[in-house]
Design a binder for this molecule. Structure first.
Ligand SMILES: Cc1cc2nc3c(=O)[nH]c(=O)nc-3n(C[C@H](O)[C@H](O)[C@H](O)COP(=O)(O)O)c2cc1C
Length: 404
């Protein structure tokens, strides 16, 4: 039921291991594939092995996510070519994607790495045009993914040299994502992987006057991954799908089957997981697979491809959003009488909510701004809903609000 395809490769499920610590060598990748992942993207291979893995400590768990100071792989191309061959020999039915990045702006190096990884057996290439640190000064990493021109040139060079499909990995701050995605599509890319981490500082310890992670006592912006990244990643996935016909691999904050589902409904063909596996191990795949299967049965989706992009037509340009009037409906039986809706409406809304003697909230529809802040702050699920009125576009599609 979960089987699908990506860039011409038949997959047992949409779940891939993302480039990172859990795909740092053949041994890790093999253990992940044995656990049931449908494929893996190698830690980014470069002709100049990175020194970032020598920084210690290099992680900070913050805000439900993770900031890391890692760079690309610390292992050379030669050793990676052997790993690619050995993984493919043992797992011919799983997709192995080689993540590559030239250390400087050299199209020759991009071509050479692409050709060699393809010849070693990689099923596809992922061009890391989004590493958040270290390479920007050399027009690579995040700087390349921000420039449609550089992204186009690199992609065209790699597509020329490679016999396998080429994916371009973008970061959340890729500037005009639609323009970059359209540029790489014109250059022959088969797809986009979105997103890489976003530059961020780690945890600030105000009592001990310290910032994590600080190898040798100094810190620097690292890459933020995990839960805080998800809404941003979903936006990038939708933007790429709206602007191009590229296949998309969604990445960012996926730890549950429903996170994965969100990406697929917004247009991702596959999803990749990095921080989720770092926190929970390769066994996470079991929950992802069974949860998505149950969801598909419950919602009568015949296959993963039938889910792909089902919510994409709800995403529009801001200018196309239509004014409408919504007012909250509050279910007294679910109200916890915690005053949160009253306080937020009083101090940041229209002051439309008053409290009855028993502290039940009462809405003055005339004063209500229709903003939904009361619903957002209410801790009781289903207690406050917004009653939609006049959302023309939805009515045209025969929908009147979220399906419950
Ligand atoms: C410690 C760490 C190392 C990473 N290394 C790479 C890398 O070498 N190449 C790459 O393209 N992305 C790398 N990433 C980014 C992930 O592949 C992924 O795009 C990002 O973390 C968002 O997904 P997540 O929220 O599931 O972690 C790394 C992420 C982390 C946390």
């Amino acid at each position: 039921m979960l089987s699908t395809d990506f860039c011409g490769f038949a997959l047992t499920s949409p779940f891939l291991l993302a480039s990172g610590p859990a795909t740092r060598d053949a041994d890790h990748i093999a253990r992940g594939l044995e656990a049931g992942w449908a494929g893996a993207v190698t830690k980014t291979i470069s002709t100049e092995p990175s020194s970032g893995l020598r920084l210690s400590p290099r992680f900070s768990a913050v805000g439900g996510g993770l900031v890391n100071l890692e760079l690309l792989s610390d292992r050379g191309l030669e050793s990676w070519l052997k790993d690619i061959e050995s993984v493919k020999r043992s797992f011919p039915d799983r997709m192995l994607i080689a993540s590559i990045a030239a250390p400087a702006y050299s199209l020759g190096e991009w071509r050479s790495m692409a050709g060699q990884c393809g010849a070693a057996g990689a099923d596809a290439l992922e061009l890391n045009l989004s590493c958040p640190h270290g390479l920007g000064g050399r027009d690579m990493g995040i700087a390349a993914g921000r420039s449609p021109e550089i992204a186009r040139e690199v992609t065209a060079a790699v597509c020329e040299a490679a016999d396998v499909p080429v994916l371009v990995k973008l970061g959340p701050g890729a500037g005009d994502v639609a323009a970059v995605a359209a540029a790489v599509e014109r250059s022959g890319a088969a797809g986009v992987s979105a997103v890489n981490t976003v530059p961020a500082l780690g945890k600030v310890d105000v009592e001990n006057l310290w910032i994590e992670p600080s190898p040798g006592g100094l810190t620097s912006p690292g890459g933020l991954s995990g839960a805080p990244l998800k809404p941003v990643a979903l936006r990038v996935v939708a933007e790429v799908r709206r602007a191009t016909s590229l296949e998309v691999s969604g990445i960012g904050g996926i730890t549950t089957w429903s996170d994965a589902c969100e990406f697929i409904l917004l247009g991702a063909r596959t999803v990749q997981v990095c921080t989720g596996v770092m926190f929970k191990g390769f066994g996470l795949i079991e929950d992802l697979r069974s949860g998505l299967t149950d969801y598909m049965i419950r919602n009568r989706f015949a296959g993963v491809r039938a889910m792909e992009g089902r919510l994409l037509d709800m995403v529009a340009d801001y200018e196309d959003l239509e004014a409408g009037r919504c007012v909250p409906r509050i279910r007294a039986d679910l109200c916890l009488k915690d005053d949160l809706c009253y306080v937020s409406c009083r101090d940041a809304g229209g002051g439309a909510i008053t409290l009855a003697p028993d502290r039940s909230p009462v809405v003055d529809v005339e004063k209500c701004l229709g903003c939904s802040l009361c619903m957002q702050v209410c801790p009781s699920p289903g207690c406050i809903t917004m009653e939609a009125a006049g959302a023309l576009r939805r009515k045209e599609r025969g929908r009147h609000g979220p399906r419950h």
